[in-house]
Design a protein. Structure first.
Length: 129
């Protein structure tokens, strides 16, 4: 009977630990969400450029694809990656738009979050230029 009355729930240290844990998770989310939103914009724009190039029905001009990427990124304000870092050309799977980069976010002091993103978006047709 005596042990039942002593177990009343969280104590002060339990609440402090729980708040610290929730705070750390919230800090990580606040730092990671912009990186993933930027990545989603990059992926959406590159897929739209690839679909536009694939639907044209003619040979794919690499210079035009690069210009289309640059125009879209100027409008969408993409950071973490520059249009010059995008590879448009032949890969193991054929002609594709490829990117491979790491996004970093500062958490505290000398602690950073590093997230790696990579994708190959296939292009149908032959390259010109």
């Amino acid at each position: 009977m005596n042990t039942y009355h002593r177990q009343r729930g969280l104590g002060l240290f339990g609440i402090i630990f729980l708040l610290a844990l929730v705070g750390c998770v919230a800090l990580l989310l606040i730092r990671c969400v912009p990186l993933y939103l930027n990545q989603m914009t990059i992926a959406r724009d590159l897929h739209e450029v690839a679909n536009q190039a694939n639907s044209s029905g003619s040979d794919i001009d690499i210079h035009e694809v690069r210009l289309a990427i640059e125009r879209r990124w100027d409008i969408d304000y993409v950071s973490q990656l520059e249009p010059k870092d995008i590879r448009v050309g032949n890969t193991d799977k054929g002609l594709a738009i490829s990117y491979d980069y790491e996004a970093r976010a500062h958490v505290a002091y000398n602690i950073f979050i590093v997230i790696h993103f990579a994708e190959d978006i296939p292009l149908h047709g032959h390259s010109v230029g």
